[in-house]
Design a protein around this ligand. Structure first.
Ligand code: DAH
Length: 365
């Protein structure tokens, strides 16, 4: 019977396919049957030598066998792939019972924290926050603040002068935050030139400042916070109330002694240095009978107002400026200013603050 010779081929091939354990073996079997010199291919090639009626039946038989073998190869391949996937999934299983690694959480630097606290306390007094450029020209940094060229007061600040200039004015790294007073007043005078009822100015300016100075209590880059209040009826009493409230809130001592001591700044008249009470022996803040200088302040000099296009007969106000490093060191018992900038992770961990607990006046800072 024609086709009988195909039965052993079929049985043998199906057995081999069923026994194949991996895709490589399966491929070898495929080549041995259907490849160029495969067993089935050889039989297909012989078709040409047959008589037309034999060719038809033999051709059909061979085609059926070819389909059977191709299907068997594909099915076995599918089975092997599935098994491989299952094995991989089992091997790669993640043990979700393992404890998670702790997420390292950064800390807020004490300098940033102090700036936040300053903003919170003065924010409650309705002050807004302003900033200005680190690179100033010497008119804003000195001249407009009533510190003329060649005035000895310029020598008090060890200024970094830059080779660049602003127009024909020398550029400097700002030695204090006071130039932002000038920028704010100029902008205010311009914006409200046509208003008969001008709003008051009430700003603080936390920011970076620079002086050519370096030791345990001075760094070439440091931080200050300026304050400026301008209005029609602003007096020294406002200055005192505002700063006493600030210092008592910041150092968290409602009874902190505060002293105003006559001093000199070119941009204020009268000028006052502000001291707080402490105990020199123990270093403790409060009523220890000694005084510690904390910040400079005064009534804005009429020349400064006039330099900004503000009539000093109509408006007056007060200003103050404090060093942020200094009050941070005092508040947290930090002895060397250079530690702030060493980026020592252990130090930052110890003195830093949780980013999840921002400064608020609710229940104190
Ligand atoms: N700018 C001064 C400094 O850096 C600090 C200062 C003193 C600022 C008195 C003021 C002020 O606004 O009124 O030493």
């Amino acid at each position: 019977m024609p086709g009988d010779d195909l039965l052993p081929l079929k049985t043998d091939a199906l057995a081999k396919i069923a026994a194949a354990q991996n895709p490589e073996t399966l491929d070898e079997i495929r080549v041995s049957l259907l490849g160029k010199s495969g067993a089935l291919t050889a039989r297909l090639k012989q078709l040409g030598t047959l008589a037309p009626e034999d060719k038809k039946t033999r051709g059909a038989e061979l085609n059926v066998l070819k389909t059977t073998l191709t299907d068997a190869l594909a099915a076995r391949r599918e089975t092997l792939d599935q098994a491989a996937l299952t094995a991989r999934l089992a091997a790669e299983k993640i043990d979700i019972s393992a404890p998670p690694r702790p997420e390292p959480l950064g800390a807020i630097h004490p300098i940033s924290r102090t700036m936040e606290e300053i903003a919170t306390i003065f924010g409650a007094q309705n002050f807004a926050i302003k900033d200005g450029p680190d690179i100033e020209d010497d008119w804003y940094n000195f001249s407009a603040l009533n510190i003329p060229a060649h005035h000895p007061a310029r020598a008090m600040m060890d200024t970094f002068y830059l080779n660049a200039s602003h127009g024909n004015r020398p550029a400097v790294l700002r030695t204090h935050t006071s130039p932002v007073q000038i920028r704010t007043m100029l902008e205010w005078a311009r914006l409200h030139a046509t208003l008969t009822e001008k709003p008051p100015i009430r700003i603080i300016v936390p920011g970076r400042t620079f002086r050519a100075d370096h030791d345990a209590t001075h760094s070439p880059m440091f931080h200050q916070c300026e304050g400026l209040v301008i209005g029609k009826d602003i007096t020294l009493a406002h200055l005192k109330g505002c700063l006493i409230d600030f210092l008592r809130a910041f150092f968290a001592r409602p009874d902190l002694p505060v002293r105003f001591r006559a001093s000199y700044f070119p941009f204020t008249e009268p000028s006052m240095e502000v001291d707080i009470g402490w105990n020199k022996k123990t270093g403790e803040l409060g009523g220890g009978g000694d005084w510690l200088e904390i910040l400079g302040s005064g009534m804005v000099h009429p020349n400064v107002l006039a330099n900004c296009g503000i009539d000093p007969r109509e408006f007056q106000g007060f200003a103050f400026g404090m060093g942020i490093e200094r009050i941070t060191m005092l508040k947290h018992g930090i002895s060397d200013l250079r530690l702030f900038y060493e980026s020592d992770i252990r130090w930052l961990k110890h003195y830093g603050f949780s980013p999840l607990a921002p400064a608020t006046l609710h229940e104190g800072l």
